[in-house]
Design a protein. Structure first.
Length: 341
């Protein structure tokens, strides 16, 4: 394959964040988009699925973090994704953590990031989403600004909810990034209940309430997860995204220097942990589940669906497998009759 044999080794010689920005901008090139759309039209078999009252063109989505500001939704749609999750976005623009803050671990097919919710603010995202392409489901992943104390975090989430209510099809409440200080404390029972209760009050006041999902960390024991699931059920939350990145470094083969970088780990090492959490959630409730973590191939996507995911997202897999991975994954899934109904 040209990407893995020639292009990826070249790209991996350069700073990871600079390459990401360059590749993302390339998605919006009119020639690239026209070529991808033509390829999609030739190969893709329609395989829509109804989830959360929405009609998804297919089950595979772009995870949050790739396109925080909605700059590349047209290019991502041309790749074949059935839905795109923008964000994480905060009320005010912020730079995020100091660079470098994105690191590849090729031996482990993984990435460590400590981006820190770098984004241009919710108003910028809203302006881009008002020009969204037709036929693609858009999610809005929302968070709090770094300077906002946890005691006031609900105000940031409510602000983003109000600003994006006419521009997205569902919301993801990000309380699990390891790169914003103390953010994961919002997963504790009492603050989580206060946050979700208030967001549901606001959401209920919309002309068309949106499905609300919560993105959780993989680094919690079963008792903690049970508490989270109970709070989500009490507040009639639609679904859960399992999972965000992990702070653990178990079993990695990369250099000790890379492993010691702070931040969240994504990619192949997260696959098993993500699938186990998906299966547990499915066995202990009726929440809609979006599975993410370690999706590189069609078989990886099928494993998440069999574990209990209704939809699947990828991000790190795109870095290692290249842009044609989306089409290969969808072709693999579409060829299996159990997923064609």
């Amino acid at each position: 394959m040209i990407y893995k044999k020639w292009l990826r080794p070249l790209l991996f010689r350069f700073d990871a964040e600079k390459v990401h920005n360059l590749a993302a901008k390339g998605l919006n090139n009119p020639i690239f988009r026209a070529g991808k759309q033509s390829l999609s039209a030739l190969k893709q078999k329609p395989n829509p699925v109804q989830v959360m009252g929405l009609s998804f063109p297919n089950r595979l989505g772009m995870a949050a973090g790739f396109d925080k500001n909605g700059d590349y939704i047209h290019g991502l749609a041309a790749l074949g994704f059935g839905f795109i999750e923008t964000g994480t976005v905060t009320p005010k623009a912020q730079e995020g953590n100091p660079k470098p803050r994105l690191f590849r671990l090729p031996q482990d097919k993984a990435v460590i990031n400590r981006m820190g919710f770098n984004n241009k603010g919710v108003h910028y995202l809203r302006a881009n989403l008002e020009k969204r392409p037709p036929g693609v489901i858009i999610g809005g992943n929302i968070g709090k600004n770094k300077v906002t104390p946890n005691e006031q975090a609900v105000d940031d989430y409510v602000y983003c909810l109000n600003e994006l209510r006419e521009c997205v099809d569902y919301f993801t409440i990000n309380i699990s990034s390891p790169n914003t200080p103390d953010l994961r404390q919002l997963q504790d029972r009492a603050p989580l209940h206060r946050l979700l209760n208030r967001l549901q009050e606001v959401n209920a006041g919309f002309n068309r309430p949106r499905p609300l999902l919560v993105k959780i960390a993989p680094d919690m024991d079963k008792a903690y997860l049970d508490d989270v699931l109970e709070v989500l059920t009490e507040n009639k939350i639609t679904g859960i995204i399992a999972t965000n990145t992990t702070v653990t470094r178990d079993g990695l083969r990369s250099s000790s220097q890379l492993i010691q970088e702070n931040g969240g780990l994504s990619g192949r090492p997260l696959e098993k942990k993500s699938n186990e959490m998906i299966a547990y959630i499915r066995a202990h409730g009726s929440l809609t589940i979006i599975g993410v973590g370690g999706v590189f191939t069609g078989a990886d996507m099928v494993a998440k669906i069999k574990a209990g995911a209704h939809l699947v997202q990828m991000y790190t897999g795109l870095i290692y497998e290249g842009p044609l991975a989306v089409r290969r994954i969808l072709d693999y899934v579409n060829d299996r009759s159990e997923f064609n109904r």
